[in-house]
Design a binder for this molecule. Structure first.
Ligand code: ACO
Length: 300
């Protein structure tokens, strides 16, 4: 557990939990909080084996957006300081977006402007039904910036993106599901348990496969079908190499022994994050002719 001034970080094996911690300011993002998030996400990256990063807020708010006073009003007359604050913010927004771990937003309350952006940048989002989302920038005379418009256009369809950014209208966690911004909404009292179920499912998967899955998704969105086939096959070959063919040695070998049903559950990871166990090293199991059975030798 590392406690920064405005951020709480707990790393428990494959799961990192990052909490924005300015509850008295609805977790509005101050310059200090931005710097704390750069440091906290760097700590998560350095831990090396984190599979899932949960982002949430302390208290009754997820994130009230940029601190309108400390990030905008106060440094506005000092361009160098204004720029420094922005650069620090964008540094961790990019770290969040490109995190090698799966990022899960646990939206426990208010999510405005930059807070809405954080939800949009995360890979998965679970919200309290009572949470309130909004693109409030128009209410003080600007429009969503600093990646907030990107997060809007990449999570909401055109009509909804324009409606919510032009009117500043708010919507609830339940409505956020229909809009596609969050995956699930549950009563606030069930938010921890619902998030934990998703986290439990993710940590059973290979860390390197999770990471490659994210990379393949992000790239294929902007590719032609033909290019994407090439890219996906190259990424799969990279994954096979990095895991020393974990999917064959473990995933398919366990299936051949009928130890699990892949349609319903994940195979049992035997090494640390797909690294082979000593017993698992060596020759790949070869399929027997005319049979799905794999040679037992050296595969378990
Ligand atoms: N920047 C600075 N201070 C904030 C922010 C913010 N984004 N959000 C909340 N606070 C402060 C409030 O000013 C208040 O401070 P005070 O105690 O010194 O008066 C404190 O947090 C508590 O907030 P209240 O307004 O008292 O709480 P309430 O429950 O009534 O309302 C709400 C919560 C709706 C979130 C309200 O605080 C609000 O409208 N905040 C601004 C939301 C917003 O528009 N964010 C900017 C998005 S744009 C961007 O991120 C670029």
């Amino acid at each position: 557990m590392s406690d920064y001034e405005c951020v709480k970080l707990a790393i428990d094996g494959p799961v990192a939990t990052v909490q924005l911690n300015r509850p008295e300011k609805k977790n509005a993002m101050s310059p200090t909080l931005h710097q704390n998030m750069v440091d906290a996400l760097t700590e998560v990256e350095r831990a090396g084996d984190v599979k899932v990063t949960v982002l949430t807020g302390v208290g009754d708010s997820f994130c009230g957006g940029m601190d309108l006073e400390k990030c905008f009003l106060e440094p506005f007359s000092n361009p160098a300081e204004f720029e420094r604050v922005n650069v620090t913010a964008f540094t961790w927004f990019k770290k969040l977006k490109y995190s090698p771990s799966v990022t899960v937003a646990k939206v426990n309350g208010w999510a405005f402007g930059g807070g809405f952006e954080l939800v949009g940048l995360c890979d998965i989002a679970i919200a309290a039904e009572e949470a309130v989302f909004g693109l409030s920038e128009i209410n003080f005379g600007v429009f969503p910036g600093g990646g907030a418009m990107w997060a809007t256009t990449h999570n909401l369809n055109r009509k909804q993106a324009l409606y919510y950014s032009l009117t500043g209208a708010t919507f609830t966690g339940r409505e956020a599901v229909a809009l596609g911004l969050v995956n699930q909404a549950v009563p606030a009292a069930e938010l921890d348990a619902a998030t934990q179920r998703v986290v439990d499912s993710l940590v059973k998967k290979s860390r390197l496969a999770l990471r490659a899955n994210k990379q393949a998704y992000e790239k294929s969105v902007g590719m032609t079908f033909d290019d994407s086939i090439e890219f996906e096959m190259a990424k799969l070959a990279e994954l096979w190499y990095l895991t020393e063919n974990e999917w064959v040695r473990q995933g398919l070998a366990q299936f051949a022994r009928r130890e699990y049903r892949p349609g319903l559950e994940a195979f049992q990871l035997e090494g640390k994050d797909g690294r082979p166990t000593r017993r698992g090293k060596g020759a790949l199991p070869r399929a027997r002719r005319g049979s799905v059975k794999l040679e037992e030798k050296g595969e378990a």
